[in-house]
Design a protein around this ligand. Structure first.
Ligand code: GLC
Ligand code: CA
Length: 571
């Protein structure tokens, strides 16, 4: 059965945020040669697929998600020829590579947009979405409608050159492409072909849910924020036309290559709807990242709360994983992740810095044996945690800076706001990778573009390589186990079933093929929890555990803080 599986169903993915991975020329920013330098490290870890976040020419308003030239590498990341070098060097090590493909928008410095904005008759005018605004009674200029984007402001930006607004659901330097226009679609497909012909193994498709918009551009009737705008997913997420666009993409490009596509699907998609994207029969892409499993620790509603008052909702989290499994098993494939560059660090969210080792290992065990292709975010494998910046300027990310501008008055002080961002901001995931206990964690010999987390003296790759019991070595062990044919079969081919699904503290699940099974039991609390299941009578082998001295009594296990086990069982 495993033989019939696609390579990407057996793979273990690893996400790289290039600016923060490894700097080879001392300018303080990671680069493509830096990724190449660490390929041996990734191979040794057991990675066979890397997803590289954007490194194309860009003013880097959103760290490269704002592309001004799809065909060139941004000088800060290296030379354009490094792109091919990266593919070749990775392939030599049996590591596949997917690029992050940003196709919902470009940079406002892309030549298409420069032409498009220049005048209303320009042939590229229709590459983007332009509308006239209105003038309010008090003389204030108003955007075409009340839609809000994802970065804390209107989905429209004003351009004085033609006295018009362009749509932009992210920053104002990221104008949305007009996918209604077949010339635009063709131009984007050409970009995809260029990468595929170069040898890339597929794409992570950025913000894919938003390509089609409600072209009536009618006001949203949802209640608005104080600035009069409202984020109304229905206006530009998962709309029927978008599925036509993806079909076309598949027919004209993707189907001609052995490539994998993982779509980033926000906007509240359900597992059933996701089949329209990635279902084996009607889908056009191979998997979709959903957001449902990433929000359950209460950090986002934690304004004014102490750390102790924030508690992971283990039950909801489990139910979300189960809902996606049930909706997709045998119908589509799933990517699995705890962390990415749009989230705070999972160790600080679902784990604990006070139990770094135990909780990082526990999280690894839970994620790596579920149904799907896991993606580890750089630094997760050594237990990197959230930043401790107290100065709002250190949260450099554009969405953070917009949030700060818009929301500062809601917090009692800047420090209180910084504390909130320490819990919730995606800047947490952008702090540079911690390679050693040397200066700047060995990430750069220069000044890092973003402040290092001072905990690198303790938390770093070099120290963990030398320690057989480290988080890093635990990941290595876990990945080796996952790759054993009989385990991979259980994980990827058989049902994922929760045990005691409503338990408030423990995440436990199993897979069975006949009488042989795999069982995970994991404590998400920073205190001991006892857990009872009949399966404990059938233990054949303890495959992995994050404590040496776990106590199992007949059908009950005593799990210390963040304790977890992976067991082989036989009925
Ligand atoms: C996706 C990316 C995010 C980026 C946005 C705009 O959500 O993951 O980092 O800001 O798209 O490209
Ligand atoms: Ca550099």
């Amino acid at each position: 059965m495993i033989n019939e599986m696609k390579w990407w169903q057996k793979a273990v993915g690893y996400q790289i945020y290039p600016a923060s991975f490894y700097d080879t020329n001392g300018d303080g920013v990671g680069d493509l040669l830096g990724i190449i330098a660490k390929l041996d490290y990734l191979q040794d870890l057991g990675i066979d697929l890397i997803w590289v976040c954007p490194f194309f020419k860009s003013p880097r308003d959103d760290n490269g998600y704002d592309i001004s030239d799809y065909f060139s590498v941004d000088p800060v990341f290296g030379q354009t020829s490094d792109m091919k070098k990266l593919l070749d060097e990775a392939h030599k090590r049996n590591i596949k590579v997917i690029f992050d493909f940003v196709l919902n928008h470009t940079s406002d410095e892309h030549p298409w947009f420069i032409e498009s904005r220049s005048n209303e008759d320009n042939p590229k005018r229709d590459f983007y979405i332009w509308r006239k605004g209105t003038i309010a009674k008090d003389g204030k200029r108003l955007p075409p409608n009340n839609w809000r984007g994802f970065f804390s402001d209107s989905a429209w930006a004003y351009d004085h050159l033609t006295d018009s607004y362009y749509m932009k659901i992210f920053s104002k330097k990221m104008p949305d492409l007009n996918w209604e226009n077949k010339v635009v679609r063709n131009a984007i497909f050409e970009v995809a072909k260029f990468y595929l012909d170069l040898g890339v193994d597929g794409f992570r498709l950025d913000a894919i849910a938003h390509l089609a918009r409600d072209t009536s551009f009618a006001q949203s009737t949802l209640p608005t924020e104080s600035d009069g705008t409202v984020l109304d997913y229905k206006k530009f997420s998962n709309l029927p036309k978008m599925f036509d666009y993806l079909k076309e993409f598949k027919q004209e490009v993707l189907s001609k290559y052995d490539c994998v596509t993982v779509g980033e699907v926000g906007g509240g998609v359900s597992p059933e709807e996701s089949l329209l994207y990635s279902g084996y029969d009607k889908g056009s892409i191979n998997m979709v990242f959903n957001f449902d499993t990433a929000w359950e620790n209460g950090a986002y509603a934690s304004e004014g709360k102490t750390d102790d008052e924030i508690r992971t909702n283990v039950k909801n989290m489990k139910h979300n994983f189960r809902r996606w499994f049930e909706g997709c098993y045998q119908k589509s494939w799933l990517p699995l992740y705890w962390d990415n560059h749009d989230h705070p660090r999972v160790l600080s969210q679902y784990g604990s810095i006070h139990y770094r080792e135990a909780s990082a290992k526990m999280l690894a065990m839970v994620l790596l044996f579920m149904y799907g292709t896991p993606f580890i975010f750089n630094g997760e494998e050594i237990g990197m945690s959230n930043v401790v910046y107290e100065n709002l300027d250190d949260f450099k990310d554009v969405s953070d800076q917009n949030f700060i501008k818009e929301g500062r008055h809601r917090f009692s002080s800047d420090l209180a706001m910084a504390k909130y961002l320490q819990r919730t901001s995606r800047t947490n995931g952008h702090a540079p990778m911690q390679w050693s206990d040397e200066r700047n964690a060995g990430f750069t010999t220069g000044t890092p573009w973003l402040k290092m987390n001072p905990n690198y003296l303790l938390v770093n790759v070099k120290t963990q390589k030398e320690d057989p019991n480290s988080i890093l070595n635990f990941y290595k062990k876990a990945l080796k186990i996952r790759k054993k044919p009989e385990i991979l079969h259980l994980v990827t081919q058989t049902r994922f079933e929760l045990i005691d699904a409503n338990h408030e503290d423990i995440f436990s699940y199993h897979h069975f093929a006949g009488n042989e099974g795999l069982l995970v039991i994991a404590n998400f609390r920073d205190y001991e929890v006892k857990f009872t299941t009949e399966h404990l009578k059938d233990i054949k082998e303890v495959l992995l555990a994050n404590y040496d001295d776990l106590i199992i009594n007949e059908t009950t296990i005593e799990l210390p803080p963040f304790g977890a086990v992976l067991l082989k069982v036989s009925k």
